[in-house]
Write a protein that binds this ligand. Structure first.
Ligand SMILES: Cc1cc2nc3c(=O)[nH]c(=O)nc-3n(C[C@H](O)[C@H](O)[C@H](O)COP(=O)(O)OP(=O)(O)OC[C@H]3O[C@@H](n4cnc5c(N)ncnc54)[C@H](O)[C@@H]3O)c2cc1C
Ligand code: SF4
Length: 470
């Protein structure tokens, strides 16, 4: 799909911080990246300016400042959140989301606060790769040729083991075609690029392309995640005329604040907050009759009583998503399923992934924090708080959709798949520009870093082509 998941992503656009690139040095777990924040900073800066995001410079050590457009004001539920978080000494800062609150060019409009980003923005005020990168590139004078409805099967190679192009199945006639290229750049997402490499077996690369280290697919990891919601009496019975103008994302959030030396897990998480009277969502995402039970009232009802309940509870629920860092482990991996192919006849992936106690302990910390925040706001935790038997509500691996690490970068070809410029150790004209190259996740969402590294790799490719090295 043109633009991939940026068509419907959340637009939370966070930089990794200096500590995020040096996990092992910090706490002995996982590995360090072969690069540091200073290598990526110029590209984060260029991205901020090209794409645009709102936020504020806060001078926080591991949540770097950038070039931000003015953030929207907190809405009522967010003011309640700020108040609740203050009581627990949890920092709250303006959200950092790639939606334009000010004009940056003539191609894209400014957010008019309809709150419908999930349905794609009619004025291109929010970032998606299609509307903000690919369409403008198409206007650049025939330099971009798109082959859509094409499913890449493998990277083809010559007798020297260098890539010659790709072979793909046309989704229209189901036939196989070949494209030739001097350089092959895979950006199919961390798992799909690993799948293409593993399916690219040849005499020169019998274990799959780029897989002499046997590490393609290994070290797969997703963000940790746990969720909770509370009903807040102070937000009940609100007038529907209250000004809830805002973007289709959070106006404030809490970056990681904890001291891991005093905790039973090594890395942090941030808190994403939702709530308010956004539409159209039936008010609050919960059964309105069922809410009565939290206030000693009779659940159920039709007609007038249902209408009353909807009005009473509309906008009274605040929800939290913790998004954190798990440790990258070699034992968590995807591999080719030897017995299953997709509808195009291409072998699919199967997954082997287990959380460790570090992630479970982190999820417990999230749940305890959410409960405390709800109480600070005078509210009631909705539903049953998940305990040890349910891994404290820790979402299954893959559910947070921040998969990274399957073709990790490094200086040593025995312990990594690409070098620090996203270039395969085993074939120097093949580059991976998705999150496969991540050595570790951070307590941040990964897309801003995918794009910054992709831009950095692009500069390197141009340099190398000019020098006739590839
Ligand atoms: C609902 C949702 C919300 C999210 N919110 C956020 C957020 O707020 N912040 C954040 O940082 N991240 C967020 N993410 C994650 C973010 O969308 C991904 O990290 C990002 O899109 C990954 O970019 P990518 O280009 O590597 O992969 P993708 O966006 O998945 O793009 C890969 C492209 O390659 C194509 N492709 C795959 N295999 C093949 C093949 N064999 N042949 C041809 N084409 C192929 C796919 O069709 C797709 O177009 C969210 C994801 C989802 C689903
Ligand atoms: S809220 Fe989202 S969809 Fe609506 S104008 Fe703003 S960026 Fe566009």
């Amino acid at each position: 799909m043109l633009g991939g998941r940026t068509n419907h992503w959340g637009r939370i656009s966070l930089r990794f911080g200096p500590k995020d690139f040096k996990g092992k040095t910090r706490d002995g777990h996982g590995d360090d990246w072969p690069i540091g924040y200073d290598d990526v900073k110029p590209y984060y800066d260029k991205l901020d300016k090209l794409i645009g995001l709102y936020g504020t410079n806060e001078g926080r050590e591991n949540d770097p400042d950038g070039f931000f457009l003015p953030p929207p004001k907190p809405r009522l539920h967010e003011l309640f959140y700020i108040d609740g978080a203050k009581k627990s000494n949890i920092p709250v800062i303006p959200g950092r989301l790639s939606m334009l609150t000010k004009k940056i060019n003539n191609e894209r409009g400014v957010c008019f606060y309809c709150g419908q980003c999930g349905r794609s923005c009619s004025v291109y005020a929010d970032f998606s790769a299609g509307s903000c990168l690919i369409f403008p590139a198409q206007k650049s004078g025939g330099k971009v040729k798109l082959f859509v409805n094409s499913m890449v099967r493998e990277v083809t190679v010559n007798e020297e083991g260098k890539a010659t192009g790709v072979s793909y199945i046309s989704k229209e006639d189901r036939k196989e075609y070949k494209l030739r290229g001097k350089v092959v750049i895979l950006a199919a997402s961390a798992c799909s690029s690993a799948r293409i490499l593993l399916n690219s077996k040849s005499k020169e690369h019998p274990n799959g392309l780029g897989n002499s280290s046997d590490l393609v697919g290994k070290y797969l990891h997703d963000s940790t995640g746990a969720s909770a919601a509370g009903v807040i009496p102070g937000l009940m019975n609100r007038k529907t005329s209250y000004n809830e103008d805002g973007t289709g994302g959070m106006h404030v959030y809490s970056p990681w604040w904890g001291d891991n030396s005093k905790l039973n897990f090594p890395r942090g998480y941030h808190i994403e907050v939702w709530g308010g009277m956004s539409q159209p969502n039936y008010g609050f995402g919960w059964d309105p009759n069922g809410m009565n039970k939290y206030f000693g009232l009779k659940p159920g009802g039709y007609g007038e009583s249902l209408r009353d309940d909807v009005k009473k509870y509309y906008g009274s629920v605040i929800g939290f998503g913790g998004r954190g860092e798990g440790i990258a482990l070699k034992d968590n991996y995807c591999e080719i399923d030897p017995t299953t192919v997709d509808q195009f006849g291409i072998p699919v992936l199967k997954f082997n992934y287990q959380w460790s106690d570090f992630e479970r302990n982190q999820a417990k910390h999230m749940q305890d924090t959410f409960e405390e925040l709800i109480h600070n706001m005078g509210g009631t935790y909705l539903g049953d708080k998940p305990g040890k038997d349910k891994d404290y509500g820790l979402h299954a691996p893959g559910e947070i959709i921040h998969e990274v690490g399957t073709t990790r970068m490094g200086d040593d070809p025995n312990t990594s798949v690409t070098n620090k410029f996203n270039q395969l150790h085993d074939a120097d004209n093949v580059f991976i520009v998705d999150a496969g190259v991540f050595v570790s996740q951070a307590d941040k969402n990964c897309t801003w870093t995918i794009m910054a590294l992709s831009w950095r790799a692009s500069d390197y490719i141009i340099e190398q082509l000019k020098a006739q090295n590839i």
